[in-house]
Ligand binder design. Structure first.
Ligand SMILES: N[C@@H](CCC(=O)N[C@@H](CS)C(=O)NCC(=O)O)C(=O)O
Length: 232
């Protein structure tokens, strides 16, 4: 049930964007019907430039003509607009913990993924180790601050951090394919791995999964680009 009467929900996104995946998942978990508009990021539509004039990025969610930008802001908005099922715990302190760790994912894990993509050799090995260390920090934090026995980080139903980590998972897998390193492993981060396993098994998640063939093709193209630029 939405706050007030909602007539039109539109998501501007890009297929390979983990930020957009989060919004797809949140809307689907809430059972919201929406229209999806795929953007060409090399040639952005006038609509996108007008809807997100500050950053000019996707995702942008437009509800009855009113735009909301920035994925984390959108997730909170979706959770406020459509109450059931809730993506945040009721207790204010627990909510603050979810927000703290969600922010950690944005501040540390996402830049960590880009750092691997943008480096080579020894520098890349260092970036991989840093990302692994951040994942362990997140594992310990969730264990201490939030976990109540699973199957999700949020408990019996997926919540905001499940949506974020479940969507970032594609990025970790992509980096593993690119570097042949094991980044996210059950032995190191059992709780994160088991909650992600439960999450990717949800129907709403399977519906929006990037086809494996497309992911493999992307990895192949990235590897080719990397070896061309190193002169190998
Ligand atoms: N902080 C933004 C990041 C969104 C973002 O980086 N979007 C990328 C696609 S993954 C984009 O629109 N890039 C186009 C550009 O940078 O011009 C969010 O959380 O929504």
């Amino acid at each position: 049930m939405a706050m007030g009467e909602v007539k039109e929900v539109k998501l501007y996104g890009f297929l390979l964007s983990g930020y957009c995946t989060m919004v797809h998942h949140a809307l689907k978990l809430k059972g919201v019907a929406y229209e999806y508009v795929e953007e060409d990021l090399q040639n952005k539509s006038q609509a996108l430039l007008e809807l997100n004039p500050v950053y000019k990025k996707v995702p942008v969610l437009v509800v009855d003509g009113k735009p909301v930008a920035e994925s984390l802001v959108i997730l909170e908005y979706v959770n406020d607009m459509w109450k059931d099922p809730p993506l945040l715990p009721e207790d204010p302190h627990k909510r603050s913990k979810v927000r703290f760790w969600a922010d950690f994912v944005y501040q540390k894990l996402v830049p960590g993924i880009y750092a691997i993509q943008n480096t080579k050799g020894e520098e890349q090995q260092k970036a991989i180790q840093e990302l692994i260390d951040h994942l362990s920090t997140l594992e310990d934090g969730i264990q201490k601050d939030l976990f109540t026995g699973g199957p999700f980080i949020n408990g019996e139903r997926p919540g905001l951090l499940d949506v974020i980590m479940g969507s970032a998972y594609g990025g970790f897998k992509y980096m593993e394919g690119l570097t042949n390193a094991k980044i996210i492993e059950k032995e190191r981060t059992p709780l994160l791995c088991s909650s992600i396993d439960a999450y990717v098994d949800l129907d709403v998640v399977k519906e929006t999964a990037i086809p494996d063939a497309m992911l493999q093709e992307l990895i192949r193209a990235m590897r080719e680009k990397a070896s061309a630029s190193s002169g190998a």
